[in-house]
Ligand binder design. Structure first.
Ligand code: CTP
Length: 133
């Protein structure tokens, strides 16, 4: 059985998220998703997510392409998570291209093209700037 692992915040869940998760799953048999903790997102992106880590885990767990979910507490622990879950392949969006190549001694590393024209940041901006009635 080929195990795939991927990571992300998955805040304000959108079609780019489901696309990458389905494509990651198609590369193997079992998909494990590390969902960034609220605190990790604050240190990584400078803001707390709109949805709490519990809600983001709940949403990702409900997807049929996802087999296992955990909270990613630190970016530096990726190697430990890969070993702990026995992952054969790390999949990341190509916004991270080459950034995780040093894990190639632990497992395969693959970058998938992002879905164009959508991101959590952009959705938040659009909602914020929507005229009030
Ligand atoms: N992703 C993607 N296509 C998009 C947006 C995200 O494939 N249009 C992927 C990312 O490459 C990553 C995963 O979805 O592997 C989780 O990304 P995340 O950072 O949670 O989503 P973003 O929408 O990029 O969030 P933000 O705008 O806050 O950076």
């Amino acid at each position: 059985m080929k195990k795939i692992i991927t990571f992300g915040t998955f805040d304000v869940f959108h079609v780019g998220h489901v696309n990458i998760l389905e494509r990651a799953k198609a590369l193997g048999d079992y998909l494990i998703v590390g969902v960034s903790s609220d605190q990790l997102n604050m240190s990584k992106k400078g803001r707390f997510p709109i949805y709490s880590e519990q809600d983001r885990v709940r949403i990702i767990s409900a997807l049929t392409c996802v087999d296992e979910v955990f909270i990613e507490e630190s970016l530096e622990l990726k190697g430990e998570y890969i070993s702990r879950f026995g992952a054969d392949m790390l999949v990341m969006g190509d916004d991270w291209k080459a950034k995780f190549d040093h894990y190639k001694d632990l497992c395969e590393v693959t970058y998938l093209t992002r879905t164009p024209s959508i991101s959590t940041t952009e959705i938040i901006e659009v909602v914020k700037s929507a005229p009030t009635r």
